[in-house]
Design a protein around this ligand. Structure first.
Ligand code: MRU
Length: 320
């Protein structure tokens, strides 16, 4: 299963807004349709957004081949559809760099972005599983947050790919999926993926995570990232910081699994990252609300960052 792909001249995605009730494929023919899908989280997760950005530019290159200004506007719409995950703009810019060579060259570059994310998932799964066994012993009990599986990438995923790999090796003692308020990526999407893989799991409300760690029921926290800054600050789904504090208080490892395409050496630290605010509508109809979609986990709370090429235990900016 590929969460996002280029099929017969259009982008095909699994519509993540209707999971787990329905598995629905959406075909996106225009930049407007893609931007709407990105903003409604029909396609989401940093690596998948990188691929969406690249395919979006491939779409724009076909539609606006004879109108450079309209093409530039379309590329800008794609790369700014959501602000926080660095992969989206990066994927779009990679494809856009080939625009002068024509639509076919752009599409080929977008397919390379897709293929690199598939390969990165496999590399992270193996490296991350080795590290978790090294840090926690033979059969760790893990807690994960948001959704970092195939739905967030193209096939296997990042942190959830490590969970899958440990399960395949017979080295997983249990997994708790944090439900992930307000859009329930954990309860809806991670749980759906774990069920499809035959991995037993339990869902916990977000605020239960640190307590379960304190009670000794979790050996490590493992999750993904939307952006990793040069100093190692990790931007990820809102609730990540609370889990990092819980892990630090409980004395257990807090491991981030993300492809190199998520490391942003041009952004020095977390406070410099635009955190998407998704407005009050997702939370409440009865009062004003603040709805940041991501948070910043300070680098000193992170045990290790596992990428497709290495394990980073300091700042990416000083080891790259
Ligand atoms: O708002 P979302 O669902 O796009 O947020 C996704 C996350 O925060 C993921 O943890 C992150 O993108 C890593 S995905 C492998």
């Amino acid at each position: 299963m590929r969460t996002i792909d280029w099929v017969d001249g259009a982008i095909e995605i699994i519509d993540q807004t209707v999971l787990p009730g329905e598995v629905k494929i959406l075909r996106l023919h225009t930049v407007g349709e893609l931007v709407a899908a990105i903003q409604s989280l029909a396609v989401r997760g940093a690596p998948a957004l990188g691929v969406a950005g690249a395919f979006g530019v491939a779409l724009a290159a076909r539609v606006h081949a004879d109108d450079p200004q309209a093409l530039a506007r379309a590329v800008r719409r794609v790369e700014t559809a959501r602000p926080t995950a660095v992969n989206l703009a990066r994927g779009a810019q990679r494809a856009a760099a080939l625009l002068s060579r024509g639509p076919q060259a752009v599409l080929e570059e977008a397919c390379r972005v897709r293929d690199e994310e598939i390969a990165a998932s496999d590399a992270m799964a193996a490296r991350g599983a080795d590290l978790l066994i090294e840090l926690c012993g033979a059969r760790p009990r893990l807690l994960t947050h948001c959704n970092t599986g195939g739905l967030a990438a193209v096939t296997v995923g990042t942190a959830l790919g490590v969970v899958h790999e440990l399960h395949q090796r017979g080295r997983l003692a249990g997994v708790i999926a944090s439900e992930t308020r307000p859009l329930l990526q954990g309860a809806r999407l991670t749980s759906w993926e774990l069920t499809r893989w035959g991995i037993e799991h339990r869902v916990a409300v977000d605020s239960a995570g640190p307590f379960l760690m304190a009670r000794g029921e979790v050996d490590a926290v493992i999750l993904g990232a939307d952006r990793i800054c040069a100093n190692g600050d990790v931007i990820n789904k809102i609730g990540t910081y609370a889990h990092a504090l819980g892990a630090r208080a409980a004395g257990i490892p807090f491991v981030v699994v993300a492809p190199e395409s998520t490391i942003d050496l041009d952004t020095p630290y977390g406070a410099a990252v635009p955190i998407e605010d998704r407005g009050p509508g997702e939370i409440t109809q009865w009062a004003e609300a603040v709805n940041p979609a991501f948070d910043v986990t300070p680098h000193d709370l992170v045990t290790a960052i596992v990428t497709d090429r290495r394990v980073i235990t300091g700042s990416p900016g000083s080891t790259a």
